[in-house]
Design a protein around this ligand. Structure first.
Ligand code: DLL
Length: 433
């Protein structure tokens, strides 16, 4: 089943013409309404009327997370606040989050692309969807929710966490689709096994999994342990949230909703645009968004595009599963984490040095974060009680900054290995790429 056949199966020349018209309207809009883009375009000597075809996108300026930060919180909005009906946010590189604003039309478009995603995972109005992504500033919960309602399916807004309740709902409400992070689906599978619940006794047929990188090995384990089809869904808050791209039942790459989000692949170092099939950084231009359209947003996600036909009948370009990032962002329990966020917490404390090591393990399919921090020599000789108090203070600050639990281990000065080049701040034992 295809939710929006007109858009998802459009002949290429029609799609290109549509993309061109939409890009032209977007460029005009941001040039007129967003001082940041007007300045950037003026610097490059590009005017909206210079965009004659979609290929001219190469002349437009790129946008980075730093640009969002410099214009925090609402500086890139192209609608007045009276027309912004929703805000979401994700982690920024230091203290401030990245904020996104949605106009009413954006919420409708989001529901449509999410309905496409759920439909491509086999969803119909007869399905019951357990939505175990977090609801709140994170886009996962509400994004899937609106798509489920648009599809006419039954949404269960259970949100993340509370495994016992998740299992009770899985058993009692009979959901046929599950929406959560891939690692949480494995954790749930294990929790079911521990309680002696056989997946065959549940009604689940598929899960829409994303918000973090996962491997084909994880897919095989999820499909086996839950007896379902595991569908990869991709998105990022800056572009819309989930609903940017998703696999179909064929599982041969993720179809990009390119009638709304125009993809390019660039070399992350030279910024040169690469050909289809070449591996590089994914860049998106939103060509229909009203509240906060972005030109050539650098996602930092590394992948390549697939242009051939898909047996499902959709004509949209596909992307391979993400294969890492071109920056140092980590995703821990679905939460985006930049090492620099931790550094800024430590720099505020006189008792610690900004020498630290983040260690990430996956224990029983759940990520665990440990932070080793060097303590000032003078302070290290102090009483245990004081050290414990310091450790609690660091834990509290880091947890409130990241929104994620962390184990803190204080270590003596000079114990964390110094490297000659770039400091090694992270040991990721999860082996995700
Ligand atoms: O994670 C949106 C989302 C919610 C997608 C639910 C899918 C399901 P952010 O919090 O802004 O938004 O994080 C975006 O997460 O740039 C990728 O690095 C990573 N990511 C998202 N989906 C996938 C995926 C949501 N399927 C960042 N595979 C992105 C690998 C993913 N990485």
């Amino acid at each position: 089943m295809i939710w929006n056949e007109k858009c998802e199966c459009m002949p290429r020349d029609e799609l290109t013409a549509l993309q061109t018209r939409r890009l032209q309207a977007t460029v005009k809009r941001v040039y007129e309404k967003v001082p940041f883009y007007r300045r950037k375009m003026d610097e490059l000597g590009v005017k909206p009327q210079d965009i004659k075809s979609i290929r001219d996108i190469r002349h437009l300026p790129m946008t980075t997370k730093q640009d969002l930060r410099d214009n925090y919180p609402f500086g890139l909005f192209s609608s007045p606040m009276s027309e912004i009906v929703r805000l979401h946010a994700s982690s920024g590189t230091t203290g401030k989050p990245t904020v996104v604003g949605y106009a009413r039309e954006d919420i409708e478009l989001w529901a449509d692309v999410m309905a496409r995603t759920l439909c491509s995972a086999g969803g119909t109005e007869h399905d019951i969807i357990q939505i175990s992504y977090g609801y709140g500033l994170f886009t996962g919960g509400l994004g899937v929710h609106y798509g489920a309602e648009k599809l006419g399916a039954t949404a269960i807004p259970v949100s993340g966490g509370n495994t016992q309740r998740q299992i009770q709902i899985l058993q009692d409400f009979g959901p046929t689709l599950l929406a959560c992070t891939p690692s949480y689906s494995l954790f749930l599978a294990e929790a079911l096994a521990e309680r002696g619940i056989h997946p065959g006794d549940l009604k689940l047929k598929a899960a829409v999994l994303g918000a973090e990188p996962w491997t084909e090995n994880m897919r095989a384990a999820i499909e086996k342990n839950l007896g379902i089809r595991a569908i990869d869904i991709y998105g990022l808050s800056e572009i819309i949230g989930p609903g940017v791209a998703s696999e179909c039942w064929e599982q041969k790459g993720l179809h990009i909703n390119e009638d709304h989000f125009y993809p390019e692949i660039i070399d992350p170092v030279t910024l040169e645009v690469l050909e289809p099939g070449q591996h590089g950084e994914l860049v998106f231009t939103t060509i229909t968004k009203q509240g906060m359209p972005l030109l050539r947003y650098r996602t930092r996600d590394l992948t390549s595009l697939i242009t051939g036909a898909c047996p499902c009948g959709r004509t949209t370009v596909r992307m391979h599963k993400c294969q890492g990032r071109s920056d140092d962002m980590l995703i821990i329990r679905g939460v985006n984490v930049f090492p620099s966020q931790i550094e800024s917490v430590l720099l505020e404390m006189s008792e610690t040095h900004p020498h630290y090591l983040l260690i990430i393990d996956r224990v029983n399919n759940l990520d665990q974060l440990t932070l080793q921090v060097e303590v000032d020599a003078q302070f290290f000789s102090d009483e245990i009680k004081q050290l414990e108090a310091l450790s609690r203070r660091i834990k509290h600050s880091v947890e409130s900054t990241l929104g994620l639990s962390v184990n803190v281990r204080l270590v003596e000065p000079q114990t964390i290995e110094r490297s000659e080049g770039k400091a090694r701040r992270v040991i990721d034992n999860r082996k995700l790429s």
